[in-house]
Design a protein. Sequence first.
Length: 428
Amino acid sequence: MKVRPLAVLGLILLFAADVAANESSRPAHAAEDPAVEQEARPLPAPSPLQMVRTLHLMQDQIATGSTEAHIGQRGLLGVLDTRFMELAPEVWQSGKNVHAAVSFVLSGGNPGLLRKLLDLGSSVVAENDRPLVEGALAYVEGREEAASNALVTLDPSTFPPTMSAQLALVQSALVVRKDPAKSDELLDFVRLQAPGTLFEEAALRRQVFVASQTDRIEKFQSLATGYLRRFRHSVYAGNFRQRLASASTRIDFGQDKSRFDGFVTMMQELEPEARRDLYLLAARASVEQGFTKSARLLSEQAQKLAEGDPVSASRAKLYRAASMITSPEDIKAAAEDLRQIDRSHLSASDVTLLDSAIAMAGHIQTMPNAPGALAERPKPLLTKAASEKTVDTSTQEQGLEQLQALSKARDALSRVDRLIKNQASVTQ
């Protein structure tokens, strides 16, 4: 369904009653014809439930990449807000319409509507619906504790599919910090209840991050692949890629070959340039976190995609060499690679990392008890006490710890922090 006809459909539904009423002004003789009289009878105004369904149809187009729908929803939300606030109190005596009001507000509508319903009292908001209405109002107003107290104990499966999906999506956000596993379970429920909708798109986008937090790497990769295949053109796909980058910088892909192979497969869904940049970001973070095998694997993938881009090629070479200087077998080649890197292609933070890595490589190569290939330079004279002292850590461990101390918390991690902050600004 194209977006423009969809927007027109929304306006038709909203103004059908007014148009029909205007057209009922007809010649007097028309009343004598029953068929004409029946045709001219004003159409019933759409119910709140019907109007919210129209809003959701438009919002679902956002998940397919329609910027027109993304812009158009603002106008539709405004029209619906005016219509809802003008409806007579008796309209809201239907539980379905109250649920529609909650869904409207959770979809970006004016929270003043829920305040109005609560002010109308028990004749409108039944006692069993009060936690839902009060909790939804607290959630959109940022009163997290009140929202949690009202909503977390509700059972989403007792509500109609759309309302159940929205409720579970909110619940997952409320519990994610204290109980990521429960949040993940709720997001699974959302995807089952509302496939192909903006609710599923939002659930997938959030669940990728939750899966990485709970170290469910296979699920993380499966969900990310699914999102990139089905919602890569979503208006919110940029936010998803930020979440993907943030999650990827926290995973040690060198622990398991299948973990890294799965990540490479997932990355095939991205465009080459985006794939290269994400490999570089993850490789830099791996260096700083001491995931040396992961850093090497990721930087080598980036090198394959950096042809013709000297800046990306220099970064990939830096991260690969930095990950290798703690290896006795590779330190000589790694040190040479570090010295050959063109500094003009690096950012200030990468230059700092380069200097740290060169200094550490030189330090390791001249360390006492350096193994085999590291001992080509003359060893400094040692005192008897020093020569008899037992080395309590390996050369690799010493070098790794010092490299981490020199480069920890620099550019890559600050970028990750910015990505996390960006997530908080997305409401869907």
